[in-house]
Write a protein that binds this ligand. Structure first.
Ligand code: NAD
Ligand code: ZN
Length: 387
């Protein structure tokens, strides 16, 4: 024995684990000549056959009827490296995927019965909701399998799919159960965006407006200038928007010093305290992007009312959302428990409220509380102006 324990002694353990993953931008991912998927899966070990199964958002499968066939052809062409161990597994798209917990059990059952190991892959193709759910489900068996995300909506390509979090909803609370689990690789294929409804095409732009307001006046001006082209579904403008938004999110996660959100501050969650509440109060009638647009409008008006943010810049924010066709007032904003969103946000952050507000386009700061009366004034303003 080397040393004797004396009481109240401690051993201080410090671990540093580094994570890395590529986010690829491509088109026609499963065309036989496209090597991005192969690289995404083989990037650490090129000399072995990789076992994986694929879970796909059912609305993506419906909108891309040839997808399954294309994947099978791709896999058989690269059969030296790829081993697809089960039929493609379809999951109802949208928030239902995060509300119906049976899907988690289903995925666990699959991983178990297929005998997948920690170095096997789960490939998730779909919108942010399906990616969040599949990511959460695959982060627990064997304490985490390798996850490849293939986001198929604007919002998931520019924000949710490129980050390190996943979650499902529980007890009426948005994202109540979740893990921090960085993906193995992310692949953004812009061709998927072509089949989005107009609603899902536009609502993902909210996260680009958010991150531009927090970090980049130039990106905000770009969004203003290209709003009509975005509404008219110009794919090359949308590709730029997705790329820049994803890059700003990735840079924040990489450089802001708190990728796993141990602190109270959550600078990227501008407009989100009310957005999460609006999503659950509306029984998920509102998409995340739509609810965040309302949340941003509210916190922008609040920032102006408090004298933090110039009114002329506030008008530009509201005008940009209007020109993209967003509705910024929702009746749930007048429900008595709407302001409980602040308390729930506080609980989620770890007991201390940190709300990001704007000081200029491209600059934010945080406050520790908000004035309920001024929030209500902002709600009435949105209602009165029919925004
Ligand atoms: N993990 C994170 O860091 C993070 C960050 C932001 C948002 N989110 C979550 O992301 C979710 C929202 O994601 P979303 O905006 O992608 O919505 P979504 O996943 O609900 O998808 C919207 C609709 O589009 C369908 N769809 C998806 N791809 C399609 C395609 N290519 N063609 C046709 N239809 C398609 C879906 O089936 C669904 O009906 C929310 O649950 C939100 O909480 C997570
Ligand atoms: Zn968001």
């Amino acid at each position: 024995m080397e040393s004797r324990l004396t009481m109240n002694q401690s051993i201080f353990q410090k671990l540093e684990v580094s994570w890395e993953y590529p986010v690829y931008f491509t088109e026609n991912l499963f065309d036989e000549k496209n090597r991005v998927f192969l690289e995404a899966i083989c990037r650490k070990e090129s000399d072995k056959k990789h076992r994986f199964f694929i879970a796909v958002d059912d609305n993506v499968a419906k909108a891309h009827p040839g997808l399954e066939e294309k994947i099978f052809r791709y896999v058989s062409r690269h059969s030296g490296e790829l081993d697809l161990v089960a039929p493609i597994f379809s999951i109802p798209g949208g928030e239902a995927a995060k509300n119906e917990h049976a899907w988690i059990e289903n995925i666990h059952q699959k991983i178990h019965s297929l005998g997948l190991c920690r170095q096997s892959f789960v490939v998730a193709i779909g919108g942010g909701a399906v990616l969040d759910m599949v990511g959460y489900a695959s982060s627990t068996p064997h304490r985490g399998l390798r996850l490849i995300r293939i986001p198929t909506t604007v919002l998931s390509q520019n924000d949710s799919g490129v980050g390190v979090k996943n979650a499902i909803n529980a007890f009426g609370k948005k994202n109540f159960l979740g893990t921090f689990a960085p993906p193995f690789s992310v692949i953004n294929d812009s061709q998927f965006l072509l089949t989005l409804s107009q609603r899902d095409w536009i609502c993902g732009v909210t996260e680009a407006i958010k991150v531009a307001l927090l970090k980049s006046p130039d990106f905000f001006s770009y969004l203003e200038q290209h709003a009509p082209l975005l509404v008219n579904r110009d794919i090359s403008i949308m590709q730029n928007v997705v790329y820049n938004c994803a890059e700003l999110h990735l840079k924040h996660i990489r450089t802001a010093g708190d990728p796993f959100e141990f602190g109270h501050s959550r600078p990227l969650d501008f407009g989100h305290w009310s957005a999460h509440k609006l999503e659950s109060l509306s029984q998920y009638r509102l998409r995340h992007g739509e609810a965040v647009a309302c949340g941003i409008a509210l916190d922008t008006l609040y920032s102006v009312a408090m004298g933090f943010f110039p009114a002329e810049q506030g008008n530009r924010v509201i005008h940009l959302f209007q020109s993209l066709g967003f509705s910024l007032y929702q009746p749930e904003m007048e429900q008595e428990n709407f302001l409980h969103g602040l308390a729930e946000f506080r609980e989620h952050l770890g007991g201390i409220l940190c709300i990001p507000l704007l000081s200029a386009i491209g600059s934010s700061f945080e406050v520790k509380d908000m004035d309920a009366k001024k929030i209500q004034d902002a709600v009435f303003f949105l209602k009165k102006k029919n925004l």
